[in-house]
Design a binder for this molecule. Structure first.
Ligand code: CTP
Length: 404
């Protein structure tokens, strides 16, 4: 099988960590798979492994300096323009921090800031550094930009400690690069509408009825669809997440606001993926002033919100794919299949809530059902992996491949 890396231009950024020696093997693997590789190193990386090693392995001069070469003034722009993928391996905490803040003070970081192609980061650092709040926040920011990550892995550190922070094996870095390239452009020309997060239903200026949805699953789906080349409209309830790069974000609060935004965007959408946890009810009246404490008991009268997805099901255009989510505590399969039918969906993703999966955390387990029954069980995976599995199925469905 031809590798997605075949005939691709790879930029490999190498930063200064002990794992830099592993990148020599990464270059070799990329070339074995048919890619052309240009290595850009930081000055500290060149203290761990010489540029000569990378020049010999890549067959091209390894670049270290922003000001070397006759065309130095534009070299980082030229490098960035022709790359199909930018892989940074190993990526130190310093590089990750600079990338998250847009700091560009050497050839590698200026080039990284200028690229438009997919970016894959293979972090490598001491386990306590990897565990620091700053690094965690920076990685979250980069994920928000749409960057992919390979590792890090758990294991013994060069310094003798044990933990998370080892650079992934070169073969895993190469596989992650192949996976990113394999799907790039898959959804080119398609519009995907994704909803995410909770809706909040106000009672008065200080109180609301909400739910525990964090928006992570929907954001992961939006990010993956954008990465695969779709135009993505993300209608999001209130969440505290960085919006993925390149998506059109429409922020809403209540179910009625979400309904209006979804109906407007659905007109052009080839696929609608409703990952939002929409409030089924809202207070009948919203007080404009704070409701004061009074009797020992009180009643809030709730009225039903529109079912946004069922509304789309009724007006579905031929060729438009409708995907629902069903967060269930029990009877997952039965409930999910009933919702698929009632809302006239093409696909439904049942996910268990409670335990290690579902609202708030980074893990999820999707069981996908089509009209003819069970399609896929992802097992417990990260939400990014669940999003990839879901989009693989959606892609097949949009190609007209049958949903068995
Ligand atoms: N949904 C919607 N509008 C609503 C309620 C739900 O569009 N008012 C969508 C959700 O985004 C999800 C799917 O319908 O994709 C199923 O939502 P879920 O809350 O699991 O089911 P409900 O239909 O609300 O049924 P119940 O709460 O009784 O389980």
């Amino acid at each position: 099988m031809i590798s997605p890396l075949a005939n691709k231009e790879v930029l490999l950024g190498v930063t200064g960590g002990i794992a830099a020696y592993k990148s020599a093997e990464v270059v070799r693997l990329f070339r074995e798979k048919g890619a052309s590789v240009t290595v850009v190193m930081t000055e500290s990386a060149a203290r761990f492994v010489t540029p000569l090693t990378f020049s010999a392995l890549s067959g091209r001069p390894a670049r270290t300096n922003l000001f070397d070469g006759y065309d130095a003034a534009i070299s980082h722009i030229e490098l960035s323009a022709k790359a199909d993928i930018f892989v940074v391996a190993p990526a130190t905490a310093n590089l990750i921090g600079k990338a998250a803040s847009g700091i560009a003070d050497d050839l590698l970081s200026t080039t990284l800031l200028a690229v438009k192609c997919p970016v894959l980061i293979a972090p490598a650092m001491n386990c306590r550094m990897y565990d620091s709040p700053a690094v965690k926040r920076n990685i979250e920011t980069l994920r928000g930009f749409g960057y992919g990550f390979a590792g890090p892995d758990e294991g013994p550190m060069a310094c003798g400690e044990y933990g998370w922070g080892r650079m992934s094996a070169p073969s895993a870095v190469a596989e992650a690069a192949e996976a990113m390239l394999a799907h790039a452009g898959q959804f080119a020309g398609k519009t995907v509408l994704v909803t995410a997060g909770p809706t909040l239903e106000d009672m008065d200026p200080v109180r609301f009825i909400g739910n525990r949805s964090s928006g992570r699953m929907g954001y992961a789906v939006a990010r993956e669809a954008a990465r695969r080349g779709a135009r993505v409209v993300l209608v999001s309830g209130p969440v505290s997440l960085v919006p993925p790069a390149g998506v059109e974000l429409v922020s809403v609060r209540s179910a009625l606001e979400m309904e209006a935004a979804v109906n407007a965007a659905a007109k052009d959408a080839d696929a609608v993926i409703m990952a939002a946890a929409v409030s089924d009810y809202r207070p009948e009246t919203v007080s404009h002033t704070k409701i004061k404490k009074g009797a020992d008991e009180t009643t809030v009268r709730l009225v039903k919100n529109p079912d946004i997805l069922a509304g789309l099901g009724k007006r579905k255009r031929p060729g438009q794919l409708l995907v629902g989510f069903a967060a269930e505590t029990d009877d997952q399969e039965k409930n999910a299949k009933a919702k698929l039918k009632a809302k006239r969906l093409d696909l439904i993703a049942a996910n268990p809530v409670g335990g290690e999966t579902g609202f708030g955390g980074d893990l999820n387990r999707l069981r996908l059902y089509g009209r003819a029954g069970h399609l896929l069980d992802t097992g417990v995976v990260t939400k990014a992996e669940a999003a990839r599995a879901l989009l693989d199925v959606i892609f097949d469905a949009m190609q007209g491949l049958s949903l068995k």
